[in-house]
Design a protein around this ligand. Structure first.
Ligand SMILES: C[S@@+](CC[C@H](N)C(=O)[O-])C[C@H]1O[C@@H](n2cnc3c(N)ncnc32)[C@H](O)[C@@H]1O
Length: 339
């Protein structure tokens, strides 16, 4: 094979030239030398600073997309009903497999495992999120037999157990959205903090003074404590308990309050308002169908009216789809008077 050898200084310029002329052998790795590189090329060409050498190059192994592989292994009918969208939390892939494909679930999982080198375990959702802890049953299908992993998002590492606690990797964009609004020196309350993804992301990426998280699931609380340690954070305080009981005993008020409990979150608006002050911003989550989006404002208004608090609605965002037509939404509002 022909190699085009160049010094490190000229490597970028020569690489551009080779690519533009269509001379690069795309399927082979280039070779890095101490002071230069050797590009695999189709033929010799005229260019200063290039020395041609004879060399064997390593082939780039291209992993096939798992959907393409499965298309060949399943019947057309089976492939059409397969839900190929899946979640990846750390090294765990979580699939949704329709009942009609139960007999093929191992094959599907093993195909996904082989095709994605970052995936070490494949699980299947075996139920909906349920109960106070909002956990979801999982069935192991392939790879390492574990439900625990380290997930990276927004500059933090989060240790999670996808069966024992609630965690959604899909909410990273929403966490970033709020993170960007956080000003220096503020106090933040995260109700329903789970394994602390919101507190960790806020603490790591902002100059907040303090972040308090409240979580009722003891296992999630333990993971939260570990995540604060893993990320070396020193302004996060975690409280194990029920928001209803903990908040009335808090001796402080907050500049920003997150309420990431979309199912039934309105039952805790009273507690959020209890520890608000003038200008506190509250992020209220809900699951709503697109035909009933105005219900979010109604719920907030009702809670504010009960305590004679005035608020101003700031923003309304869709931050995930729950089912056809139904969304996870966040209504941001500011407390403006009555506190
Ligand atoms: C939808 S999950 C969100 C968890 C976390 N904020 C996240 O985004 O990964 C809701 C969390 O609220 C917790 N929870 C439910 N009711 C609670 C309550 N009354 N007080 C404190 N935590 C509660 C659940 O255990 C669960 O971890």
């Amino acid at each position: 094979m022909i190699g085009a050898k160049v010094s490190l200084k000229k490597a970028e310029e020569v690489k551009k030239f080779i690519i533009n002329k269509g001379l690069l052998l795309n399927d082979y790795w280039m070779v890095r030398l101490k002071n230069g590189v050797i590009f695999p090329v189709k033929k010799k060409f005229e260019k200063t600073n290039v020395e041609f050498v004879s060399r064997v190059f390593k082939k780039i192994e291209k992993r096939q997309n798992w959907k393409q592989i499965l298309k060949k292994k399943l019947s057309k009918k089976e492939f059409d009903i397969l839900k190929t969208a899946h979640d990846v939390v750390g090294s765990i892939a979580i699939l949704e497999i329709p009942d009609e494909l139960k007999k093929k679930e191992k094959l599907i999982a093993e195909t996904l495992l082989k095709a994605n080198k970052n995936v070490k375990t494949v699980l299947k959702k075996a139920g909906e999120h349920s109960g106070t802890f909002r956990t979801q049953k999982m069935k192991w299908l392939a790879g390492e037999k574990t439900k625990e992993t380290i997930h990276k998002e927004n500059n933090v590492r989060l240790k999670v157990n996808v069966k024992e606690i609630y965690f959604s990797a899909r909410l990273s964009t929403e966490r970033k959205r709020i993170m960007k609004q956080i000003r220096r020196g503020v106090k933040i309350l995260v109700m329903f903090s789970g394994c602390a993804p919101y507190p960790c992301v806020f603490s790591k990426n902002t100059d907040a003074y303090k972040i308090v998280g409240i979580e009722i699931n003891p296992k999630a609380h333990r993971y939260a404590e570990e995540n604060v340690r893993i990320n070396k954070l020193n302004n996060v305080e975690l409280i194990l308990g029920d928001v209803k009981k903990v908040v009335p005993n808090l001796k402080e008020r907050f500049d920003r309050i997150c309420m990431p409990l979309p199912r039934g979150g309105e039952n805790f608006l009273k507690e959020a308002l209890m520890v608000s002050k003038k200008n506190t911003v509250i992020h209220f989550y809900d699951f709503l169908h697109k035909t009933e989006f105005d219900k979010a404002e109604e719920k907030v208004k009702k809670a504010c009216d009960k305590t004679n608090i005035k608020c101003k609605f700031l923003d309304f965002v869709k931050c995930g789809q729950y089912s056809p037509g139904k969304y996870r939404i966040c209504l941001d509002f500011r407390v403006i008077a009555g506190i």
